[in-house]
Ligand binder design. Structure first.
Ligand code: ADP
Length: 262
């Protein structure tokens, strides 16, 4: 079947490293066609943190799969900067029980034949700063949910991706751990100036972590709002963002848009 989709690798201007133009996508199965995405366009600049929210089943994971090139859209085009590598962190940690934490976090390096001293030292430094160094020889079942999720992030970061795609990475964690791990991971991403695109159901998480929130409509999804987030933080505590004067207005605006979609 002929498609009107194109994928282009090029040097993009103005710090833009990834662009989608008029992306349309449907799934086809024996039961018929499911229209998922309709005319989705947006750009991602280097160092930006974007959160994607929208009703369940609206196509957020599908959009991440298109962004990283795992699946091809039906129409539109994707433009990605030359030599950009993408790391993908999924909802579940997918750590292998028969490998130690160290063997899990170095799996990508091993597969790509990059187990040199520079890379393994980097992994050890990440394990150190994530409080997992004393657990590196343990098996995943000996770690808490939050620790396993941090190990999954280290496995992703070990390959030095310039863009991180995060699909509900904190959803398996209990409320308190989720607050701590998301704040931890948010500051790590900021301090290393990584570009990140996060799919989440949690509006507070989206507002607290992201520079921009894309609000999707129900299927076939369009971007209802592309919202810039600026929070004036009263201090650097974990929950400071909730006390930022702008927080509640952003929350209400996104909430209204999502309620409208029901
Ligand atoms: P979200 O991440 O927003 O929950 P998804 O991108 O997972 O949404 O799915 C969007 C829609 O496409 C849903 O209705 C889902 O059931 C459907 N879908 C997802 N994957 C497939 C597939 N491989 N084949 C057919 N339909 C699919």
């Amino acid at each position: 079947m002929e498609t009107a989709y194109s994928d282009l690798k090029t040097t993009v201007k103005d710090n833009t490293i990834l662009q989608l133009h008029n992306i349309c996508f449907s799934y086809h199965s024996l039961l018929g066609e499911t229209d998922v995405l309709h005319n989705i366009s947006f750009s991602v600049k280097e160092g930006e943190f974007i959160a994607i929210v929208g009703p369940s089943g609206c196509g957020k994971s599908t959009l991440l799969n298109i962004l990283c090139g795992l699946i091809k859209a039906k129409e539109g085009h994707r433009i990605i900067s030359d030599n950009i590598s993408i790391g993908y962190m999924l909802q579940h940690d997918h750590l292998f029980e028969w490998r130690t934490i160290y063997e899990n976090v170095t799996l990508g390096l091993e597969i790509q034949g990059k187990m040199d001293k520079e890379n393994t030292d980097y992994v050890l430094s990440l394990l150190e700063s994530y409080g997992l160094i004393d657990f590196k020889d343990k098996k995943p079942s000996e770690l808490s949910g939050g620790m396993k999720q941090r190990a999954a992030l280290i496995r992703t970061l070990a390959l030095h991706p310039q863009i991180l795609l995060l699909d509900e990475p904190f959803s398996a964690l209990d409320y308190q751990t989720r607050l701590m791990v998301s704040s931890d991971i948010g500051s790590l991403i900021r301090h290393t100036n990584k570009t990140a695109i996060l799919v989440t159901h949690n509006l507070s998480e989206a507002i607290s972590l992201a520079d921009r929130v894309l609000v999707l409509s129900k299927r076939p999804s369009e971007i209802r709002k592309d919202m810039n987030i600026h929070l004036t933080l009263p201090d650097d505590s974990l929950l400071a963002y909730r006390r930022a004067p702008e927080f509640q207005d952003y929350f209400n605006e996104i909430w209204e848009l999502l309620i409208d979609e029901k």
